[in-house]
Every structure is written in C-alpha cells, then in structure tokens.
Ligand binder design. Structure first.
Ligand SMILES: Cc1cc2nc3c(=O)[nH]c(=O)nc-3n(C[C@H](O)[C@H](O)[C@H](O)COP(=O)(O)O)c2cc1C
Length: 441
C-alpha cells in the first residue's frame, strides 16, 4: 500500500518553503490562471464540480460555501482556519511548515472565489515555528506583488495577515475563531447567520481549513475532472491523514479517499506493535465516535465513516490497542473537553463536568451499576443541544466507547472496587430508577 502524493508531491524538495523553489516547481501558475483567465463564477464552479469538501471537520463543499457568500459592495473576508486544535491532528502543521506558498496560493484563489480583498490566517499559538515560516512566506509574496495592492499587476487587491491564536480549542470552531480574530474571548456564535452571510466584523466571510485551501491551486491548474477522478462517491481527491496512538509508524500520510482504513492503519502505519489487536480507533480526530476492528475493512471516506456511525472529521486516525484500558482514556478525553469548554452554554459546561466526575468514579471503583446508564444518558442529552459541537465532540466518542466496550467499563469499576476494598455495590440501576420515579420524599 502506498500513498497518493498530490498535495505532498514536492514536500521533500529542499527549500520548498521559499518562493523561488515553489515557483520553480510551477507554483503561482494557478493563481495567475484564476486571476486572468477565469471569472469569479468560473472559479466557484470549478471548485464545486471538483467535489472538494472541507478538510477541517464538517466536510462541506468549498465551492458551495464560496457561492453562498452574500453579494454586494460590503467588505468581505476570507479566514484560513489554521488552528488545528483537534487532538490527533497534525497535517496542517506539515503543509504550512513545508509548503507555505501552496497555502498562500490557495488563499489567493479562495479570495477570488469569495470576492474578497482581505484574508487572514488564524494559526494556533503553539505553532510558533510554522507561524514564523508563514510570516516569512507572506513577506516574500508581498515583495513579489502576489499579495497586497494590484496583485500580479492586476487591478485586484488582496491583503493577507497572519494572526496567532492563544491556545484555545474553541478558536478552531469557525465562529469562535471569528471572535478571537476580532480581539474578543473566543466564544462560538449562534448559527444562523452563517459566516458566509455574516462573519468577521459582520461581513460575509469564507472560512476554510488549511488543507482545503491547499487543494484549490491543484484544482484550478489540473481541472475539476482530474480532481474528482480520485476518490470514491462524494469523497473526491486525496486526504491527509495523521495517524497516531498504538501504531508502529505514526505520522502524516496522503491517501486517495476510499482506500480501506486497514490499509492506512496496518499498511502505512504498521498497525499496533508486537502483534497486538486494535481495540478501537478514532477515524477523524478525538471528537469522532470510536469504531472497532471490523470497521477497518470499510473504505475511508466521508460517506462510509458516517454510515458506520462515525465521521471522517479532520482525518486524524488515533489507534487504541488491546493493552490500553478504556476508562482512563475516556476520562482523559472528557477532561480535555471540560477544560476547553467555553462555558457559554449549559449542556456543554455542565455535561463535560458531570462526565468527568462519573468517569472518575468508575475509574476509582466508586461507580454503581446505574452509573453507566446515567453516563450514557448525559451524553445523549448533550448531543445536538449545544451552541456549537464542542460538547458533542466529547459526548459522541464516549457514547461509542460505552456502546462497544460496555463490559470493560463494568469490569474496570469492579476491579478497582475490589482493589480498594470498597465492599458491595449498594445501589443498582433498577433501584435508582425506582427511587427517582417515586420523587423526593
Ligand atoms: C470545537 C471545534 C473545533 C474545531 N477546530 C477546528 C480546527 O482546529 N481546524 C479546522 O480547520 N476546523 C476546525 N473546526 C471546524 C470549523 O468549525 C469549520 O467547520 C472549518 O474550519 C471549515 O473549514 P473547511 O470547510 O475547509 O473544513 C472545529 C469545529 C469545532 C466544533
């Protein structure tokens, strides 16, 4: 099994991060083509018919989103989401570090599609090295006249600013990102209105992930047909996957969408060490509901992961092998989401906190048989009821862990109880249900 290197075709070329090497390898041709040979509508149409879907998590069509931008004379914006805060995801880091001009070229094309002259790259604060590389690349692009006033000698202006975040997961959520960019605390906004109608400073805003934008120059240069000839169903093109956890060769791989997940986990990443079995795996970052070994035989695509009850998300595959106890893992996950919850809406603020408390009980052997039902019920009440999907991002994988590994939760609690000499469980599920039906005394 090998990679399909399209975005990463030249990634090992020495000096690729410089404008000179990037242009020598054909860089900025697509931006010129979009600028001089295509109308805004044609660019949008090309992106739409390529089938390119967002690589940041939600998988929405980039062309459609650009097409949704409210038309008119008002100020419009493009924001590149380089927050990459989803645990397990490190593919944008590679693209920005090794090939920053590909991203800048993608931003130029995205800005032309969106009809905007102002663009921002919102990069996570921890990406110090990558921010510096981007700063240098943007400076080079300004010096060459590829961004700034009258780009490539045309009548078009495009200002591009690299903005560093302050290390909050919620600033990766697109409306939290907008608040962060405006200098506010990163809180999600109620949708609708969606950013394409009302985003940054209330202006129509196109928000796309780094990898999504990096695909745009390739589509413009080689054509939508070429792009959509790769992939499966409505999952066209390639995908960068960041494989981590219990695998022998963790790292970033670029694959054609639709190859078997097993070929990624075992073929490319080498599978778990010492012949251990896969207990479960996250197909698209820590917010994707976990799947089990049998799902590794499915094609890795947006559709297939959704049909299996999970999602392709950011393309971060985290592998958990049979030696990893699930309860501490679930607890660690819940702690992360509790810490990162902005606290603005109740289901997320309270739900993440209660989930941590209940998992602590199960981890310490202090859980009752009723706890697993209550834990599952909390997750059910979080999903679909939050202002943004941060709460869901914890609830979905934890629900899936309970679904597939229920016995292990029970056993873990019982073993910890026995180890700590805590004695018999006093309250059972049935008793608890009966007591709550009876109401307060
Ligand atoms: C809690 C949360 C965190 C997110 N973090 C990121 C992120 O770090 N990077 C990213 O590109 N998208 C992230 N997203 C998805 C964005 O909200 C948005 O869908 C994406 O930037 C759109 O770009 P795309 O269509 O190119 O994928 C996050 C969403 C949520 C709910």
């Amino acid at each position: 099994m090998s990679e399909t290197k399209v975005l990463t075709a030249n990634i090992d070329e020495p000096g690729l991060h410089t404008i000179e090497v990037y242009e020598r390898l054909g860089g900025y041709r697509a931006a010129r083509k979009a600028l001089f040979d295509m109308t805004q509508e044609e660019i949008v149409e090309e992106l739409k018919s390529s089938g390119l879907r967002g690589r940041g998590g939600a998988g929405f069509s980039m062309g459609m989103k650009a097409g949704f931008m409210t038309k008119g004379p008002m100020e419009k914006y493009l924001c590149c989401n380089a927050d990459e805060s989803e645990p397990g995801t490190f593919k944008d880091r590679l693209l920005m570090q090794k090939n920053p001009h590909l991203l800048i070229e993608g931003i130029i094309i995205g800005a032309l599609a969106a009809g905007t002259g102002r663009a921002f790259i919102f990069i996570r604060g921890e990406y110090e090295t990558q921010a510096k590389i981007l700063d240098a690349a943007v400076t080079e692009a300004y010096e060459k006249g590829y961004v700034g006033e009258r780009i490539f000698g045309s009548e078009t202006t495009l200002e591009l600013v690299v903005h560093r975040g302050q290390g909050a997961y919620i600033c990766g959520e697109e409306t939290g990102l907008l608040d962060g960019l405006e200098g506010l605390r990163g809180n999600p906004r109620l949708k609708p209105p969606f950013p394409a109608a009302q985003g940054l400073y209330q202006g129509p805003t196109l928000i796309n992930n780094v990898e999504t934008l990096c695909n745009a120059p390739l589509i413009i240069e080689k054509g939508a047909e070429w792009f959509s000839s790769m992939g499966i169903d409505k999952s066209t093109g390639t995908k960068m996957v960041s494989v981590s956890g219990n695998v022998q060769r963790p790292g970033n791989y670029e694959i054609e969408l639709g190859i078997k997940a097993r070929d990624i986990v075992y073929g490319l990443a080498g599978g778990p060490p010492d012949g251990r079995k896969v207990k479960c795996w996250f197909p698209g970052g820590s917010s994707a509901p976990v799947l089990i070994d049998e799902h590794l035989d499915l094609p890795y695509s947006f559709e297939s992961m959704a049909e299996a009850g999970s999602m392709l998300g950011s393309g971060a595959i985290i592998v958990v092998d049979e030696t990893q106890p699930i309860v501490p893992l679930a607890l660690r996950l819940a702690e992360f989401y509790r810490h990162e919850s902005c606290g603005k809406c109740v289901p997320c603020r309270e739900g993440t906190n209660w989930t941590v408390k209940m998992l602590e009980r199960l981890d310490n052997g202090e859980g009752t048989p009723a706890d697993l039902e209550i834990l599952d019920n909390i997750q059910e009440n979080i999903i679909g009821n939050c202002l943004c999907v941060l709460g869901d991002s914890m609830a979905m994988p934890i629900r899936a862990m309970i679904k597939y590994l229920r016995d292990e939760f029970v056993q873990h609690n019982e073993e910890a109880r026995a180890r700590r000499g805590l004695g018999e469980v006093s309250v059972g599920a049935a008793e608890l249900a009966a007591s709550s039906e009876a109401g307060p005394a």
